[in-house]
Design a protein around this ligand. Structure first.
Ligand SMILES: Nc1ncnc2c1ncn2[C@@H]1O[C@H](COP(=O)(O)OP(=O)(O)OP(=O)(O)O)[C@@H](O)[C@H]1O
Length: 306
C-alpha cells in the first residue's frame, strides 16, 4: 500500500489544465521532495490531495483510502500554506482549540511536547498576534503534526525561518521519518531537499518532469563529474601533449600547477586520467570528485554531451 497514489489526476481551470493527469506513487516512510518553479502546479496538486481543490478527473488514494474521504483526515497532517491563527489565542491555546475540534483531541502535555519539537517552547503562552513570520511557520508545522498523523504535507517548512531554526525543523523531519511517518514536502531550498529527501519529483507545466533518488536523477541526467587533482609539477616538455589530451577527455579544464580541475563525463574517465598521469610519471597527491547538486540538475546544467 502506498502513502500517496494518484492515477491520471487532473485539474483544469476553464479549458486550461494546470495539473495534467499526474501519476505518482509515494511509498510509506518516504521523505518526498516536491519541486518546481512558481506556477508549475505543485499547490494545485497538493490541494487536490488534501481536499481543498476538487479534481477535474482522475483518482487518488492516501494511505490506501480512496479520496476524497473524511476518514483519512485524522491520519494526515497539513501545514497551511499561509497560516491563519486566532490572534487573541496563545500558541498553546490555539493548538488545544484546533485539536478539540478533531476526533483525537490532544492533551495539554501533548501540545507542549509538539511546541517543544518545533522550537516554540519559550513562546507557548505568547499570543499569536505577536508572532513573527518564522514563529507562525513553526506553529503551522505544530498544527500539522499535533494529532500524530502518518502522512504529513509540509509546504515550504523552512522558508522565512532563521538558519538555526531551519536545522531544528530538519531534525524534526528526520525524527518523523525515523518514526515511520511519510513526509511530502515542497521547498525552494534545493540544498535542504537534497539533504533530507529520500526521493524527489520535479514538476514542470503541470506534469512530472523528473523523479527519483538523487543518485537516480544524477544517473538519468548523466551529468558530468568535476574532478580536482593535486599533482607533482607537469614537466615543460610534456605540457603541450598532456593539456591537449586532457581536452579530448574532458571539458572546462583549468590548470594551475600543481592543481588541475576538469569536468569528466564518467567515472571511467577518472580511471583513464589517473592511469595517464602514472604513465607520465606525474604523482597524484589528492583527487576530489564533485557530483552535480540538485540545483544543477534542477537548472538542467552539466548534461553530458558525450
Ligand atoms: N483558482 C485558480 N484559477 C485559475 N488558475 C489558477 C487557480 N489556481 C492556480 N491557478 C493557476 O494554476 C497554475 C499552477 O498554480 P499553482 O499554485 O498550483 O503552482 P505552484 O507550483 O504551487 O506555484 P508556487 O511555487 O508559486 O506556489 C498557475 O498558472 C496558476 O496561475
Amino acid at each position: 500500500m502506498y502513502a500517496i497514489e494518484t492515477n491520471q489526476l487532473l485539474k483544469a481551470y476553464g479549458s486550461t489544465p494546470v495539473v495534467k493527469g499526474m501519476n505518482l506513487h509515494v511509498a510509506k516512510g518516504e521523505i518526498f521532495g516536491f519541486l518546481g518553479r512558481n506556477g508549475a502546479g505543485k499547490s494545485t496538486f497538493i490541494n487536490m490531495l488534501t481536499g481543498i481543490v476538487h479534481p477535474s478527473s482522475g483518482e487518488y488514494s492516501l494511505l490506501g483510502i480512496k479520496g476524497p474521504n473524511d476518514r483519512v483526515k485524522q491520519h494526515i497532517g497539513v501545514m497551511p500554506d499561509y497560516s491563519t491563527f486566532y490572534p487573541a489565542l496563545s500558541a498553546l491555546e490555539h493548538l488545544r482549540f484546533l485539536s478539540s475540534l478533531s476526533k483525537k483531541p490532544a492533551t495539554k502535555e501533548r501540545c507542549l511536547e509538539v511546541l517543544q519539537q518545533v522550537g516554540l517552547e519559550e513562546h507557548a503562552r505568547k499570543k499569536t498576534a505577536k508572532f513573527s513570520f518564522g514563529m507562525k511557520k513553526k506553529l503551522g508545522i505544530a498544527q500539522a503534526i499535533i494529532h500524530d498523523p502518518d502522512l504529513i504535507f509540509l509546504d515550504e517548512p523552512t522558508s522565512g525561518i532563521d538558519a538555526e531554526s531551519a536545522l531544528h525543523i530538519h531534525q524534526l523531519i528526520r525524527q518523523l521519518h525515523k518514526n515511520g511517518k511519510t513526509v511530502f514536502m515542497t521547498s525552494h531550498n534545493l540544498d535542504e531537499v537534497e539533504k533530507l529527501c529520500t526521493r524527489i519529483a520535479i514538476m514542470k507545466d503541470g506534469q512530472i518532469d523528473k523523479i527519483g533518488t538523487m543518485d537516480e536523477l544524477r544517473a538519468f541526467y548523466r551529468s558530468t563529474l568535476t574532478v580536482k587533482i593535486k599533482h607533482s609539477p607537469i614537466p615543460e616538455s610534456k605540457y603541450g601533449i598532456i593539456t591537449h589530451w586532457l581536452q579530448t577527455i574532458g571539458t572546462d579544464m583549468e590548470i594551475n600547477n600543481p592543481y588541475l580541475s576538469l569536468n569528466l563525463p564518467s567515472e571511467k574517465r577518472i580511471a583513464e586520467l589517473i592511469h595517464a598521469f602514472t604513465e607520465w610519471k606525474i604523482d597524484i597527491f589528492r583527487v576530489e570528485v564533485k557530483e552535480p547538486s540538485l540545483e544543477e540538475i534542477f537548472m538542467n546544467k552539466r548534461i553530458n554531451k558525450e
